[in-house]
Design a protein around this ligand. Structure first.
Ligand code: G
Ligand code: G
Ligand code: MN
Ligand code: NA
Length: 252
């Protein structure tokens, strides 16, 4: 069956699941949370979101997938809160989702349906989704933040105008691109770039997350230079919802 048909079935039959990867604070007074990552157990060779998300975007199927993610993540947060575990999570939004004029309403409806605060949901936007029409995106982000959602720029530093986004857009957090972390000890320049991002974010009051942390040395560097949060295989891999709940319970 071709991917389009397969994906349409998968959306109708809710064949997706969310896994969660822990995001761990390095600073006092911050709590751990998790990034929701979409998984498609029946998807075979095309089951990676890196493959089917761009396809869904191009073929008009991203709305259905986005609705699933929002619903499943909100339900998970509500379940956690019921179990006495304050929980917040981040979800990834693609460029087309960000462009939907009713995005703030959709998000607000989902959180109020589940009785959870909007502040429990952080929205991750990749730099590449911000390229188009910065003015319009800025308006959308302002609406989203007024509704209580938090905004993070994902894969930060990878694009052409990273600094411009920090100046122009109302955001709460930047997630430093994994490639900077992997190559941290390849050259003093890479370390200088990461230090500069951390320092700049700190100066303008934006929180920082380092993604793709795979070694103790990387972790030590990030801690020494004031990164707020770390995420990566060295700390924890993406895991099922149940395993993530257990992980969070052990940490409190
Ligand atoms: O989890 P993994 O490394 O396979 O993810 C690959 C890519 O797919 C990442 O860039 C990630 O941001 C993206 N992705 C994962 N889950 C979602 C999702 O629910 N929605 C969107 N739009 N992208 C996602
Ligand atoms: O684009 P985005 O940052 O949303 O992508 C997140 C993806 O990165 C997830 O699919 C996750 O599986 C992957 N990931 C998370 N931590 C690590 C890590 O330490 N190393 C590598 N190689 N990939 C990671
Ligand atoms: Mn992400
Ligand atoms: Na990223």
């Amino acid at each position: 069956m071709e991917l389009f048909t397969q994906l349409r079935h998968a959306i109708e039959e809710q064949q997706f699941v969310l896994h969660y990867q822990p995001i761990i604070p390095l600073a006092e007074g911050l709590g751990s949370y998790g990034e929701a990552l979409l998984r498609w157990p029946g998807g075979g060779s095309q089951a990676s979101p890196g493959v089917f998300i761009p396809f869904a975007e191009q073929h008009g199927l991203i709305e259905g997938i986005g609705d699933f993610v929002l619903e499943a993540a909100s339900h998970f947060v509500a379940t956690s809160i019921e179990q006495g575990l304050p929980q917040s999570i981040s979800i990834n939004l693609s460029a087309r989702q960000l462009a939907l004029s009713d995005l703030p309403e959709r998000l607000s409806q989902a959180v109020s349906k589940h009785g959870i605060p909007a502040s429990a949901i952080e929205l991750e936007l990749t730099e590449s989704s911000l390229i188009q029409n910065l003015q319009a995106i800025s308006v959308t982000l302002t609406r989203l933040r007024q509704a209580g959602f938090r905004i993070a720029i994902d894969d930060f530093g990878a694009g052409y105008s990273s600094l411009n986004y920090l100046v122009e857009l109302p955001v709460d957090k930047v997630k430093i691109d994994q490639r900077f972390i992997w190559s941290l000890f390849n050259s003093p320049r890479n370390q200088a770039v990461v230090k500069a991002i951390l320092s700049l974010a700190h100066t303008i009051g934006i929180q920082t997350v380092a993604e793709g942390v795979e070694t103790a040395e990387q972790l030590a560097f990030l801690q020494a230079h004031g990164c707020h949060y770390v995420q990566g295989y060295y700390l924890a891999r993406p895991m099922s919802q149940q395993d993530f709940l257990t992980f969070q319970q052990l940490g409190t």
